[in-house]
Each structure stands twice: as structure tokens, then as C-alpha cells.
Write a protein that binds this ligand. Structure first.
Ligand code: PMT
Length: 223
């Protein structure tokens, strides 16, 4: 029987959106369903990895019982969970759609409707992937996503470099069937040599397999 390629490898995956509270009943979120990140977690587990899945609010569930799931709500909670598990991870695939901004303060009571417009001050969240990139140890493989609507390849390459990634998975909202909520995705993988590989439209399970094969290849090359 052939040995699974990721046995004894601990891999951290993030999935889903984050919710940033405005008051006890409202939040700032995004359209991520968690499908892509959960497909990656399941594929890595199928390849033999010990998977830790840090998930934002989502209705998805994993197929593999061995996956350790850590549920979080906000970008700050996701950061804490990632920092806890990244130290001992051989690789990390950051698929979550993390909020870039969060309300500067959370109203303790439901905000009342009143005359005129309402302004909510936002402050920047910590970039989780960039933080992990700064802490990356020799041999660790770090992969991120880029969800773009314009200058896709340029913006993705900038994220790859500024966050110290081994590769980035670009998906464009200009491609039909790609991105949020759908059961399909269309990606381009850009590696640290800026080598690009573009794949066709496929199911998220098949896209996950392409991404996880790249993770396994890089773990082999680096160790
Ligand atoms: O969940 P689905 O409905 O299946 O949709 C999948 C998806 C479209 C959400 C997924 O394929 C995807 O593209 N995820 C990344 C979305 C995103 O936030 O992209 P970005 O270009 O804004 O961020 C770049 C990278 O930095 C991402 O890896 C992101 O996880 C990370 N990031 C961003 C902000 C932040 N504060 N911390 C981060 O770590």
C-alpha cells in the first residue's frame, strides 16, 4: 500500500469569513461560505496530514473526523488561534476572507435609529498572513489566497512578496464560477519565483487537490 504523502505533517488551514461586531446585533462580514477552505482541509486530511482548521462563522462541516476544528468569529480571534497553532505547523494555507477593518469600538447596546446619517469609525485589523510570514521558520510552507477584482496578477504577486509566502492562490471575481459561495473555482497559483500556473474551472474539491499537491511538493523540496 502506498504511503500517504502528508503523514506526520501538521497543517493549519483557515476558512470562511470573519464577523466584526458593530453592536450586539450587527456586524461587518463578507460573502465567504467556507466551502473552499473546508475542501482544502478535507483534502489535506485525505493525504494523511494532521489538520487544524480555524473556521470563521460558516454552516460547512468537514468530512474527515480527524480534523481538529477551532471556531472563531472575528479577525482578532482568528489571529490568536493562528498564532497558537502556527508554531508547530509544517504548513499553513490561509483561505479565510479576513476583514481588513473592524469597528474602532463596539457599542454595548443596540444602536438606535435616529435622524440623519450614521458614521461608524473603522480601524485596521492585524494582517494574519503577514504576521505568520514574519514568523516563518526554515522548512515551513506558507500559502495564501488573493481575491481580486482588478490588476489581478500584479496585486497577487505583491501580496505574495509582502507577506513572505511560498505561493499564492489567485481567484478573480471576473471569472465566472470563481470565488465566493459557488461549488467551483478557477485559480492561478503563483510561486515565490513568480512562476504562474493557471488551472481551468473545476469543482472546489478538485481545486483543493491542486493546491494540496503544491503544498506537498513544497514540503518535500524544503525539508
Ligand atoms: O469561502 P468560499 O465561499 O468558498 O469562497 C472562497 C474564497 C473566495 C473566500 C477564497 O477562495 C479566497 O479567495 N480567500 C481569500 C479572501 C481574501 O481575503 O483575500 P485577500 O486578497 O483580501 O487577502 C489576501 C490574503 O491575506 C488571504 O490569504 C487572507 O486570508 C489574508 N489576510 C487578509 C486580511 C487579514 N487581515 N489577514 C489575513 O491573513
Amino acid at each position: 500500500k502506498k504511503k500517504l504523502p502528508l503523514v506526520n505533517q501538521t497543517i493549519l488551514v483557515t476558512a470562511g469569513p470573519t464577523y466584526e461586531a458593530i453592536d450586539p446585533v450587527r456586524f461587518i462580514g463578507n460573502h465567504s461560505s467556507g466551502k473552499m477552505g473546508f475542501a482544502i482541509a478535507d483534502q489535506l486530511a485525505a493525504m494523511g496530514a494532521d489538520v487544524i482548521l480555524v473556521a470563521g462563522p460558516t454552516s460547512q462541516s468537514t468530512k474527515h473526523k480527524s480534523i481538529k476544528r477551532v471556531d472563531v468569529t472575528s479577525a482578532a480571534e482568528m489571529l490568536d488561534a493562528c498564532l497558537l497553532y502556527y508554531k508547530d505547523a509544517n504548513a499553513c494555507v490561509m483561505c479565510a476572507a479576513v476583514a481588513d477593518y473592524t469597528p474602532a469600538s463596539v457599542s454595548p447596546q443596540k444602536i438606535k435609529k435616529k435622524e440623519g446619517s450614521l458614521n461608524i469609525e473603522l480601524k485596521k485589523t492585524t494582517d494574519i498572513l503577514k504576521t505568520l510570514g514574519e514568523k516563518k521558520q526554515t522548512g515551513q510552507v506558507l500559502a495564501g489566497f488573493a481575491l481580486e477584482t482588478e490588476n489581478e496578477e500584479y496585486n497577487a504577486a505583491e501580496k505574495l512578496k509582502s507577506k513572505n509566502l511560498d505561493f499564492i492562490v489567485l481567484n478573480s471575481l471576473n471569472d465566472k464560477g470563481a470565488g465566493f459561495k459557488t461549488d467551483t473555482n478557477k485559480i492561478t497559483i503563483i510561486d515565490s519565483n513568480l512562476q504562474k500556473t493557471t488551472f481551468g474551472l473545476k469543482s472546489k474539491d478538485e481545486v483543493a487537490a491542486d493546491i494540496c499537491n503544491k503544498v506537498a511538493q513544497l514540503i518535500n523540496e524544503k525539508n
